[in-house]
Structure formats: structure tokens, C-alpha cells
Design a protein around this ligand. Structure first.
Ligand code: ADP
Ligand code: MG
Length: 391
């Protein structure tokens, strides 16, 4: 029986674990301890910090795994790169994992390879934070390099907010520096893609529904995302250059973009699939099981990214307006063939947080339909019929 190691046991990894089991694989799951839903689904569990690169390599060796995979988060990507290199598996390299999980290294590589990205500089002290307002054109955005899900990402309109933003980023990052970059006023969107055997297998641009707190947090996505041919070509070029810049291969790609004046700016690129139901949207839109192809790519089993349809679909996270204990969960929606999924991450009696960052999600809804307009209308209605009451 082939062995697949999956890093992370959270809500984003659950469908990946389930798919691996359906494919008849033996799943070795690694995650730090916690109330994570993936643990009960795996064949074997190791309670380890998935950022502990050496430990993960040691376990991968002991288990003699055939492949390693994650989805929805950058947290474990460096460990994947290392295991891939040391054990000679299929996946992104360690170098690539380092470049794609540190926004400073990433942006430097982007500049060297002509990827369009906003101007930026490194900040190591408060003085440098103030100086950023002289060198760059505000508003700026201060960014922790080693986080995700919009944690440690703070928009700063002018220098008077620099102290606050500096402290906010420092609270999140484990590093002693971060970056300040120019804020791009435009439309945020993204793309899912896959590069296998050094060839781009597909690029699926998607619209993003944003929630605005300290910075933007994507809470929903939809496809197709209608763009002019020029912009589609630009996306292709930016992704191709980014792949070169970050040496990405044999991995999923999660791209964050901003469109301004019909030009695509790359915010960041991850060497793994996106969270927030994005793999489900790829599967629904193209008509192949994306999780299955990710797994096949990881165990050298000839993944096939055969686009059979272009089925309009959308998803949105369920989020809470205030923190507290759930006292009531109501879903007033009748089942319908176009409602692909309505799921809650929590049960009555559990405590949830007021939504600030992506990981505060409390559930998700996925809808399909004949036209995008119809999909978005149905999504809105379905969302209205779901009520979560907290004490
Ligand atoms: N240069 C920028 N201009 C405008 N908005 C930005 C910029 N950088 C980040 N953002 C906003 O902050 C969010 C998070 O930033 P991102 O670099 O993607 O980090 P994360 O790893 O948290 O996803 C983005 O989705 C976007 O809404
Ligand atoms: Mg992002």
C-alpha cells in the first residue's frame, strides 16, 4: 500500500485526507496537537509541529513514505520541500519552498525575474518604518514575512500610524524584520494553477469576495472571472515568470493578484493550493477531482488535469460577527442540486471568534449554476438562510 504523508489536520486538509483514503492510500498525518478534525481520518498520526523541518524529515524516513502533500496553507511548505529533496520525492524543492514562504525572499526573486509587484523595502527598526514613508509612496502595507491568512498584514495610510502598525506586525512575526510595500489601489483577485514536469497544467483565475479588517481577507471566490484577453495573457506571463523566479515545479500554485489599470500585480505566490474552498472550485469548474490530482502528482502517479467543463461556481465562508459560544445553528435552506455544500466547522456549545482573519472561519458554502449571475444570487440567498447565534 502506498504511503502518503499529509501535513496539517485542519479543516482545509480534511478533504485531502479523505480523498487519499478513497484512493486506497495509507495516510500518515502530521500536525501539532489541537482540536483538529483531520486526526480521526488518518491511518497514523504524529503530533509534531509541521514547521519542524528536521523532525518531519526523520519521520518521513522512518515511515518510508511515497509522497508528501498539504493544501490551503504555507505553514508546512518548507518541510515538504526538505522532505522532497532528502527522499527524492515528487514536489517542490527546498529552495523553492524557502523562496515561496518568505515574502522578502519572494519579492526579491520577483524583481530579479521581471515579475510585476509593488515597490517594497525591508524594515528592521522603527526608524526604518518611518523612513519607508519617504522612500515609498503611501499608503503602505506592513507585512510579516512568515505568516498567512492576513495575519500581521497592516495597511498604513500615513506615518502617524507607523508605530501601531510596527507593533501589530511584531506581535505576529517570529522574525526580527518585515517588509513595507506600496499599497495598490485596485481589484483583488487570484488564480489557482498547477505546474507538473515543468509545464503549466492549467491556470484558473478566480474572483475574490473580500472582507476588510486591518487588511483585506478573502472570504469567498467565484469562477469564471471575466477578464479581457490582454489581462488573461498578462496573468499567464506573470505566473510563468513567478514560476521561474521561485523555481516552482510539481506543485499547486496559489496566486494573489491586484488588477490596476489593466495591469496584473503579483501580491504573492504559494507553492500549494489555496484555502477557502478553492480546490473545490477547481474541481467543480473543470470537472476533475483536484485533490486526487494533487495526490497523484505527489506520488508520481501521472496526474491528469483534463478540463471537461467550465461550470460556473462560487463559495463563501461562514463568519461570525461576534465572539462567543454557539447557542443556535440554523440552516433554513432546502437541498438543491446546485447547492454543492453547506458545512459548519463548529457545533453548538463550541466557542467561536469574531471574524478577523481567514482561520476564524466557522463554515463554508459552495454553489454551482448555469450562469455566474445565477450562482452569485443563489449564494446570497443561501447565506441569508443560515443563522448562527452566539451567547
Ligand atoms: N501591496 C498591496 N496592495 C494592496 N493590498 C494588499 C497589498 N498587499 C497585501 N494586500 C492585502 O492584504 C491581503 C494579505 O496580503 P498577502 O500578501 O496576500 O498575505 P497573506 O499571506 O496574509 O495572504 C491581501 O489579500 C490584500 O487584500
Ligand atoms: Mg495572500
Amino acid at each position: 500500500m502506498r504511503k502518503l504523508m499529509i501535513l496539517g489536520a485542519g479543516i482545509s486538509q480534511v478533504p485531502l485526507i479523505k480523498t487519499a483514503k478513497e484512493m486506497g492510500l495509507y495516510v500518515v498525518l502530521l500536525s501539532r496537537q489541537g482540536n483538529y478534525p483531520g486526526f480521526s481520518l488518518a491511518d497514523k498520526v504524529y503530533y509534531e509541529d509541521t514547521t519542524n523541518v528536521d523532525k518531519i524529515v526523520e519521520i518521513a524516513r522512518i515511515e518510508q513514505i511515497d509522497g508528501i502533500c498539504t493544501t490551503g496553507t504555507d505553514v508546512a511548505v518548507k518541510s515538504i520541500g526538505k522532505v522532497v529533496d532528502v527522499l527524492g520525492l515528487s514536489g517542490l524543492s527546498y529552495e523553492s519552498s524557502q523562496l515561496s514562504t518568505n515574502k522578502w525572499e519572494m519579492k526579491k526573486a520577483f524583481m530579479e525575474h521581471g515579475v510585476r509587484t509593488s515597490k517594497f523595502l525591508k524594515v528592521e527598526s522603527k526608524e526604518e518604518a518611518y523612513r519607508a514613508f519617504e522612500v515609498l509612496s503611501p499608503p503602505l502595507i506592513f507585512k510579516a514575512l512568515d505568516s498567512g491568512a492576513s495575519r500581521g498584514i497592516v495597511k498604513v495610510v500615513d506615518v502617524s500610524q507607523a508605530d501601531y502598525a510596527f507593533e501589530e506586525v511584531r506581535k505576529v512575526t517570529k522574525l526580527d524584520y518585515f517588509i513595507a510595500e506600496e499599497f495598490i489601489e485596485g481589484t483583488e483577485f487570484g488564480a489557482q494553477a498547477f505546474v507538473y514536469d515543468n509545464e503549466i497544467q492549467f491556470i484558473m483565475p478566480h474572483g475574490d469576495t473580500m472582507f476588510y479588517g486591518d487588511a483585506g481577507v478573502p472570504i469567498g471566490h467565484y469562477v469564471p472571472y471575466y477578464l479581457s484577453n490582454e489581462v488573461v495573457e498578462d496573468i499567464h506571463n506573470q505566473i510563468e515568470q513567478s514560476i521561474r523566479a521561485l523555481c516552482l515545479n510539481n506543485c499547486a500554485i496559489n496566486a494573489d493578484f491586484i488588477l490596476k489599470d489593466q495591469k496584473v500585480y503579483v501580491l504573492e505566490i504559494g507553492g500549494r493550493a489555496g484555502a477557502t474552498c478553492l480546490p473545490e472550485l477547481v474541481s467543480t469548474f473543470y470537472g476533475f477531482n483536484y485533490y486526487e490530482q494533487m495526490i497523484k502528482a505527489a506520488i508520481h502517479m501521472d496526474p491528469v488535469f483534463h478540463k471537461q467543463t467550465s461550470q460556473p461556481c462560487a463559495c463563501e465562508l461562514l463568519i461570525a460577527e461576534k465572539s462567543g459560544e454557539i447557542v443556535k445553528l440554523e440552516n433554513g435552506n432546502e437541498s438543491h442540486e446546485d447547492i454543492i455544500q453547506i458545512s459548519f466547522d463548529y457545533e453548538i456549545g463550541e466557542t467561536i471568534s469574531k471574524f478577523k482573519v481567514g482561520t476564524d472561519r466557522i463554515g463554508q458554502v459552495i454553489i454551482k449554476g448555469a450562469h455566474l449571475e445565477e450562482v452569485l444570487k443563489r449564494l446570497e440567498k443561501v447565506m441569508e438562510n443560515i443563522k448562527v447565534t452566539v451567547s
